[in-house]
Design a protein around this ligand. Structure first.
Ligand code: PLP
Length: 395
């Protein structure tokens, strides 16, 4: 058998490990007494329009078409609706259906994009902390993932580290804003500098460096913070989008890739995206949910619940003596561990039935991730446990 695949299948991710522990613990002490902050599974319901659209579609006449294969890149009606949304919402007039490819969520968007871009031996650069699966996805595409530091005071990307790391082997730079796990949003100035640096290096090396924007949390921002639309700043951009978080549909596996028509070799790259989807065996994205998202563009679940959770947790943890960069988006806090070993900190947190994820797997030792996409009631119940945990460290 393939030993790499065996290795991936036989080692459960740390997050899954903690989640399983939480279920076993809940069976013992009661679910209401376990504060599981391990998984990024949305806790707010999809907007009512999603349920209504599903009901309407199921009342249609042609169930064979509804559940049948769509064309490989996706239903034209869906791709048109997405292109129109990109044009009106982000003012990106060049968006067209011919450069949108429907996928089974951001994970598929990323594996397909990386496979479309990379050749064996290429390098993909990203910034730590980063989504744990990036390494797996890049290696599946035959590339090597190198994680660069972020500024620890802000978790904004360290662009001088990027400048030093970019080389003729760099095929792509992969960014994620709003970020999992830091919650940080890259501001306009940062994006402009990043774009200028990549354009300069493209000229210097005489090769295209694609920017992959992984943005499943685009709409999950608080206090009116802007999330710059990267294709408007850098021409060689691919957007990897997902409805998992915005519409609370992670189990339905639906998202898309948008290859900017302004990118170098855009038409050929789009065909490479189609080829990668084919090679990876995706066939097409789920038919029913392609039709659902076509009718629910621009909608979200009740994001105010996450904002409330962020505010409650951030102010309580800060008051108890923990430190954390203020997150403007997504639904995670990335908290500094009061002891150097975040794994030891997570073990101690377990004694108070607080289930947190060590930052090591996100490429950032010494931190823990708290996924606050849980009910506000659970957040309130968990606060005394956080306070005891802080006291146990003398904070
Ligand atoms: N990228 C990031 C940063 C994520 O946090 C996630 C999921 O949590 C994904 C990609 C994968 O998303 P999806 O469930 O849409 O495949």
């Amino acid at each position: 058998m393939n030993q790499r695949m065996y290795g991936l299948g036989s080692r459960r991710s740390v997050i899954r490990e903690i989640f399983e522990y939480g279920k076993a613990r809940a069976a013992k002490v009661g679910a209401e007494n376990v504060y599981d902050f391990s998984l990024g599974n949305p806790s707010v319901a999809p907007p009512q329009a999603v349920e209504d659209t599903i009901a309407q579609l199921l009342q249609g006449k042609d169930m064979t078409a509804l559940h049948g294969y769509t064309s490989a890149p996706g239903d034209m009606e869906t791709r048109e609706a997405i292109a129109a949304h990109i044009r009106t919402c982000f003012g990106f007039a060049a968006a067209d259906a011919g450069h949108i490819y429907m996928t089974c969520g951001a994970a598929a968007s990323l594996t397909i994009s990386l496979s479309a871009i990379c050749n064996a031996g290429d390098e993909v650069l990203t910034f730590a902390p980063y989504f744990t699966e990036y390494k797996v996805f890049a290696e599946t595409a035959g590339a090597r993932l190198t994680a660069l530091p972020s500024d620890p005071a802000s978790f904004q990307p360290d662009l001088s580290a990027l400048e030093a790391a970019l080389s003729p082997k760099t095929a792509a730079v992969l960014v994620n804003s709003p970020n999992n796990p830091s919650g940080v949003v890259y501001g306009r100035e940062t994006v402009k500098k990043l774009a200028a640096l990549l354009a300069q290096k493209e000229r210097e090396f005489g090769r295209t460096i694609y920017l992959i924007s992984d943005e499943p949390y685009r709409e999950l921002v608080y206090g009116g913070v802007e999330v710059p639309y990267l294709p408007a700043y850098y021409k060689d951009t691919l957007v990897c989008y997902s409805y998992s978080k915005s519409l609370s549909l992670p189990g339905e596996r639906i998202g898309y890739i948008f290859v900017s028509p302004q990118a170098a070799d855009a038409d050929a790259l789009y065909l490479a995206v189609c080829g990668a989807g084919r090679a990876l065996g995706y066939v097409c994205a789920p038919s029913l949910f392609q039709k659902v998202v076509a009718r629910c563009q621009g909608m979200t679940g009740d994001v105010s619940v996450y904002e409330k959770n962020r505010n409650t947790l951030l102010s309580a943890l800060t008051e108890y003596g923990f430190s954390c960069v203020r997150p403007d988006g997504a639904f995670y806090l990335f908290v500094r561990s009061p002891e150097p070993d975040a794994n030891a900190f997570c073990e101690r947190a377990k004694q108070y039935d607080l289930l947190l994820v060590p930052g090591d797997d996100f490429g950032c030792a010494g931190y823990v991730r708290i996924a606050y996409c849980v009910s506000p009631a659970m957040i309130a119940r968990s606060l005394p446990a956080f306070q005891k945990l802080a006291k146990s460290y003398g904070l």
